[in-house]
Write a protein that binds this ligand. Structure first.
Ligand SMILES: NC(=O)c1ccc[n+]([C@@H]2O[C@H](COP(=O)([O-])OP(=O)(O)OC[C@H]3O[C@@H](n4cnc5c(N)ncnc54)[C@H](OP(=O)(O)O)[C@@H]3O)[C@@H](O)[C@H]2O)c1
Ligand SMILES: [Zn+2]
Ligand SMILES: [Zn+2]
Length: 348
């Protein structure tokens, strides 16, 4: 067991502050990682502030983790001390259910163990995430970071990257298709880069006019301002696929008319009830609304390799651990370009 510095929220209203946790001893199948960088996901804000009503305190957020192997269990054959590795949104699952057997641990029928705030046999009784110096993770849930990927820019791939890559792949995004990415934040900017790399005509759908030129630089072919009803009307029936990353409950109906016949809007942002869904656009156009959760371990490795091949990393603002509360405030104002990443060297 090792005493490990971290940053934690002690209640829904307390800012994140230094907190000491204990990591478990390295078991035969475990990998101990010295964390170099951890991305800041909007989910970390939801969880720190108990937006979803299920946070156990103290909570140590962080599930976009990149670091170097510092100890290996006896049964871990495929990794080396000092190798650069990564951990994403979950650290355990049942391994035997139909989802786990199909490499979709994120849909484990027994419930996966999230990288933080999940019940666990670890010291403290809950998992603690990447806002910490060190983590111990079962080898199955450890990814390798391909050479050539900047480690700080790669950290957000572990959530923002895979959460957008997985649905783009599942719905077969490719050249010849028109894809709309709704919301230009952490997820959205990865969605634009990945959809563009997959060859689709990619349109950034945003509430922020001032992000238009950035969207084009990130790979968008076009920008649609969602508050401009004339522009929205002009793009009716144009999209094969929409990826919706908006982090708050909102009216899905305003986007449904953008879809072609048989088009799908996939929700990856806000979890939970939303405005009443109008079945009209679904029936008159055989359109679908769907959802998607991160991606499995095999697909996450595939995504990292795809990003290395296409030279894709996240556009980041590197911050010190002590700046995390300010970063949360800026994210809540949609003021981040386009992912905060914590330099874990700043945590002593
Ligand atoms: N399904 C999953 O597996 C999964 C994984 C990770 C995260 N998430 C969730 O995905 C959501 C997005 O996360 P993120 O880290 O990308 O957040 P983020 O960086 O804060 O970006 C969200 C973007 O959504 C747009 N937006 C914000 N408020 C809006 C509003 N009221 N109406 C319309 N658009 C609004 C803004 O873009 P514009 O300025 O361009 O409009 C904003 O930049 C969060 O709820 C997070 O919990 C889900
Ligand atoms: Zn996340
Ligand atoms: Zn399972």
């Amino acid at each position: 067991m090792s005493s490990t510095p971290s940053f934690a929220a002690q209640s829904p209203t307390s800012p994140l502050a230094p907190h000491q946790i204990t990591r478990r001893a390295v078991g035969p199948n475990d990998v101990q990682i010295e964390i170099e960088f951890c991305g800041v996901c909007h989910t970390d804000i939801h969880q720190s502030r108990n937006d979803w009503g299920a946070t156990n305190y103290p909570v140590v957020p962080g599930h976009e983790i990149v670091g170097k192997v510092s100890a290996l269990g006896l049964e871990v054959g495929n990794l080396q001390i000092g190798q650069r590795v990564a951990v994403g949104c979950f650290v355990d699952s049942c391994h035997v259910c139909s989802s786990c057997k199909a490499d979709m641990e994120q849909y484990c029928l027994q419930g996966f163990t999230a990288s933080y705030n999940s019940p666990s046999k670890d010291p403290g009784g809950f998992t603690y995430g990447g806002y910490s110096k060190r983590i111990v993770v079962d080898k199955h849930f450890v990814l390798t970071v391909p050479d050539g990927l900047d480690p700080a820019g790669a950290a957000p791939l572990l959530c923002a990257g895979i959460t957008t890559y997985s649905p783009l792949r599942h719905w077969g995004v490719k050249a010849g298709m028109t894809v709309g990415i709704i919301g230009l934040g952490g997820l959205g900017h990865m969605g634009v880069k990945l959809s563009h790399a997959m060859g689709a005509k990619t349109v950034m759908i945003t509430t922020s006019k001032n992000k238009a030129s950035d969207a084009m630089k990130l790979g968008a072919d076009n920008v649609l301002i969602s508050t401009d009803s004339d522009a929205m009307q002009a793009m009716a029936n144009q999209f094969d696929f929409l990826l919706n990353t908006i982090p708050v409950p909102h009216d899905y109906n305003q986007y449904m008319g953008l879809l072609k016949v048989d088009g799908t809007m996939c929700i990856v942002g806000s979890v939970g009830p939303t405005a009443e869904l109008d079945s009209g656009p679904l029936i008159f156009g055989r359109r679908s609304v769907a959802g998607s959760l991160v991606g499995g371990i095999k697909e996450t490795q595939e995504m990292l390799d795809f990003c290395a091949k296409h030279h894709i990393v996240s556009d980041i603002e590197l911050i010190k651990m002590e700046d995390i509360n300010h970063a949360y405030e800026r994210m809540l104002k949609s003021d981040v370009k386009y992912r905060f990443v914590i330099d874990m060297n700043s945590l002593s």
